[in-house]
Design a protein around this ligand. Structure first.
Ligand code: PCD
Length: 785
């Protein structure tokens, strides 16, 4: 890092540029958008999980003096918009026409002069339902005679969505047949919700004169949304502008298109006025994308001396009523097949069966690169189950089986090529920071006294940066990202990127990437994002792909500008470009460092009357598109120390050590913030979160009184460590990090709690480890929420 005083010129700790507006309350979120004549939309939702719609009477609502329009499934059917495609080649009802398929499903949309009138008018709509038996338990969804949820699809006789497999079944069976030890554990990764603090919403403004539709939306992928609106509504794409202003957290919740967005657009077309729709908290929790909901009966085979030989699992994936996950097309179960984890094993096989149930659709990658979280949880719980069976220390068992540095690049048994890593070093560092051996001694002493103290270890490998166009697309759109860079005559710059920040700090870190390449201070580089009229095409921010893909584009476009600057400098200095050398911020003549030109001088000259050699364009602008050759594979070692109160089942996470390796760190302060956030998320899932349903399909997690978010009270003071193993194929060696901690931490917490309960004979407890679940497990009563 080079610094001018305390300020970095490239990589390094730097407070976030965007915080100047956030801490002053000057952010502009979708709900801050107010347009002249704007109307307000509200969604009528189904109270039932499964029912036929007999009739929808909107006459009383339409008679409300402040109501401007009431839109039903039938209205939309007339426009060919009652159903929309999901990102997984399924269809989803925008407003129900035939049936409702989950509690909270969208049935009608009211547009009124104010928010209150819109809500009031919902109560005036009379819907007659004919209730049907709901399918709530995924394990019953494929039973013969189970009610068919998707009878809208021709010829459908069951609730099957897909079957998918990876790995080598025969080789795996062979390994299991000859292994000394085989352990099995059925586990559930429960349905959870990303729950960003800002809920989802849209302001749609169709200009009847110009035919231009402007949509301000809580979207993590503005360009993809624009293309989808064009495809679905038949609107010309250049007449659609999607703006994703400041976003109050995404976490995968804002990748897809929700019915409310489409209704706001239709509402604006119908009324000729801008229409705002913003959902409330319960609507967000009950109807927008959930995550996980994987039933995973895992098995692991090993030799008696603790070599892990194989792993296999037959997953049952609950997809809710519509398959609206957002996974690259080839991978209906996302990147679940990275489930061999961080270990050098001989064979692996996984099968995933997706089923429809009468629950909200989704299956999004909540802080997780496409189901990596489920995969890491499975393998890391299995390693602990195996350690218990073998009577081996779980850290020691991991150390014995981790991939070794010389095995990289490493091709795993399901086809992934891990780019780089030094796993034993990361685990050793975590153990040193935690004083692991001492902790084990303390635990032994406490056990003598009958106290329940647990130490949980997890090691994870992620696969982030989707993705190489050859292998990955979403709805046929390849996953490359564009970047454009302009350096103004006075040496200040504007970088336009196709990804969208939701709190990660891109306005800072992307400026730092260009600063590192050009030697211009980050303060002098503006980052433009989140507006399809102003930025190059790209697929958006999720799966920790911004740094691996768009970050690479930013570095490469800056290098293009740097090369262009070299040509201009050579004209200025009247030397051959080959005689110039670069040091951060200036080109100088080889052997004569005093003869040089700074970027600012070069920028001015590039726009001046200076005569440039044949073929050299003026100005200092460039653009590029980056198609990553591979994903990046961040990794980490986590250790959690937890105390369990045997009387109440209360879990107290006392310490949490997290060693992360995300390659080169652009801004270590932001990286640490990302890790803190992810750890809190992971702790929340492990201890307190589930979107549960009763047997009628009523959602039991529809408010923050039922669906708990972890606070500073539950979180320990996180203890962080780092190793840096650059990605060999990324221009600056960086790997993604935004989701690492959410991916790695739940297993560490659960492993710690199960370790605490081990003296009571407990081998596994499903998340969330609420006091009730722990209390019952401690008494030998398995508990499933
Ligand atoms: N970084 C640095 N270095 C490195 C890496 C990274 O510095 N090596 C940084 C960057 O630049 C940024 C951050 O950090 O700023 C992050 O990154 P990444 O990893 O690349 O990621 P992104 O793409 O950007 O982002 C995304 C993520 C995700 S995915 C999620 S969930 C979450 C995370 O991010 N979300 C969020 N984080 C966060 N934060 C906040 N604040 N908010 C939010 O919302 Mo998904 O798929 O969607 O589920």
């Amino acid at each position: 890092m080079t610094t001018t005083g305390e300020r970095p010129v490239g990589f390094g700790r730097m407070t976030r540029k965007e915080d100047a507006r956030f801490v002053r309350g000057h952010g502009t979120y979708v709900d801050d958008v107010r347009l002249p004549g704007m109307l307000y939309g509200a969604v009528l939702r189904s109270p039932l999980a499964h029912a036929r719609i007999v009739s929808v009477d909107t006459s009383a609502a339409e008679a409300h003096p402040k109501v401007r329009a009431v839109i039903t499934g039938e209205t939309l059917a007339g426009l060919g918009l009652a159903w929309m495609p999901t990102l997984s080649y399924d269809t989803q009802a925008v407003l129900a026409t035939d049936k409702v398929r989950f509690q909270g499903q969208e049935v009608a949309f009211v547009v009124a002069e104010d928010r209150y009138a819109a809500r009031d008018a919902l109560e005036l709509i009379d819907v007659e339902y004919d209730p049907l038996p709901p399918v709530v338990d995924a394990r019953r969804a494929l039973d013969p005679g189970a009610p068919v949820i998707r009878d809208d699809k021709e010829g459908r006789t069951d609730n099957h969505v897909f079957d998918w497999e990876a790995g080598d079944r025969a080789a795996t069976d062979e390994v299991f047949a000859r292994a000394d030890v085989v352990v099995g554990q059925d586990m559930l990764y429960p349905r959870v919700h990303p729950a960003p603090l800002e809920t989802c919403g849209t302001v749609a403004d169709m200009d009847a004169v110009t035919g231009k539709l402007t949509v301000w939306s809580t979207t993590q992928a503005p360009h993809a949304h624009r293309t989808l609106y064009a495809m679905v509504a038949g609107l010309p794409e250049h007449k659609i502008r999607v703006i994703s202003p400041d976003i109050g957290g995404g976490f995968g919740n804002k990748v897809g298109i929700y019915p409310g967005y489409v209704c706001a657009v239709v509402g604006s077309i119908v009324t000729g006025k801008p229409v705002k729709w913003v959902e409330d908290r319960s609507e967000n929790l009950m109807s927008t994308s959930f995550a996980r909901d994987y039933h995973m009966p895992g098995e692991m085979a090993a030799s008696r001396d603790g070599r892990i030989l194989g792993v296999r699992v037959k997953v049952l994936a609950d997809h809710g009523a519509f398959n609206s996950t957002a996974q690259p097309t080839k991978y209906p179960a996302g990147f679940f097949h990275i489930f061999t984890g961080s270990y050098d094993i001989e064979a692996a096989h996984c099968e995933v069966t997706g089923v429809y149930t009468n629950k909200a659709p989704g299956g999004v990658a909540y802080a997780c690169s496409f189901r990596v979280t489920e995969a890491v949880y499975l393998v890391e719980r299995m390693v602990d189950v195996l350690a218990a069976e073998l009577g081996t220390d779980p850290a020691e068992l991991r150390m014995r089986n981790l991939l070794r540095p010389e095995q990289f690049p490493y091709r795993n048994k399901t086809g992934w090529e891990y780019d780089s890593g030094d796993y034993p070093r990361a685990l050793r560092l975590a153990m040193d920071l935690a004083h692991y051996e001492e902790l084990r001694r303390e635990q032994a002493e406490r056990r003598e006294r009958g106290e329940l103290m647990g130490i949980g270890v997890s090691f994870f490998t992620e696969a982030v940066g989707a993705g190489p166009r050859k292998h990955m697309d979403i709805l046929g759109l390849g996953m490359a990202d564009g970047a454009e860079l302009r350096v103004h005559p006075t040496g200040k710059a504007v970088l336009r990127i196709s990804v969208q920040t939701q709190g990660q700090g891109h306005e800072t870190t992307f400026a730092q990437i260009v600063a590192e390449e050009l030697g211009i201070p980050p303060e002098d580089i503006d980052v433009v994002h989140g507006d399809t009229d102003q930025t190059p095409f790209g697929l958006g921010t999720y799966g920790s792909r911004s740094t691996p893909v768009s970050g690479a584009a930013a570095a490469l476009v800056a290098r293009k500008v740097r090369e262009r600057a070299r040509l201009v400098a050579s004209a200025m200095l009247e030397v051959s470009p080959d005689d110039l050398e670069w040091e951060k911020g200036r080109w100088f003549v080889t052997g004569d460092p005093d003869q040089g030109r700074t970027m600012a001088e070069i920028a001015l000259a590039a726009h001046s009357t200076l005569e440039l050699p044949e073929g050299v364009e003026g100005h200092l602008d460039a653009s590029c598109v980056y198609n990553p050759p591979n994903l990046t594979f961040p990794f980490g070692a986590y250790i959690c120390v937890a105390d369990v109160d045997a009387g109440t089942g209360q879990v107290k996470v006392r310490r949490f050590v997290a060693v992360d390796d995300c390659g080169t760190r652009i801004n270590p302060m932001i990286v640490e913030g990302q890790v803190h956030g992810g750890l809190a998320d992971g702790l929340g899932m492990a201890l307190m979160q589930v979107i549960a349903f009763d047997e009628d399909g009523n959602c039991l997690g529809g408010s923050f009184m039922d669906y708990l978010l972890p606070t500073a009270v539950e979180c320990p003071s996180w203890e962080l460590g780092e190793t840096v193993t650059p990605s060999p194929h990324h221009p600056i060696g960086a790997k993604g990090v935004g989701e690492s901690a959410t991916v790695g931490s739940p297993a560490a917490v659960v492993n710690a709690v199960v370790d605490a309960l081990r003296p009571l004979g407990v081998r596994h407890v499903d998340m969330p480890l609420t006091p009730a679940a722990v209390w019952r497990a401690a008494r030998g009563q398995p508990f499933r929420s």
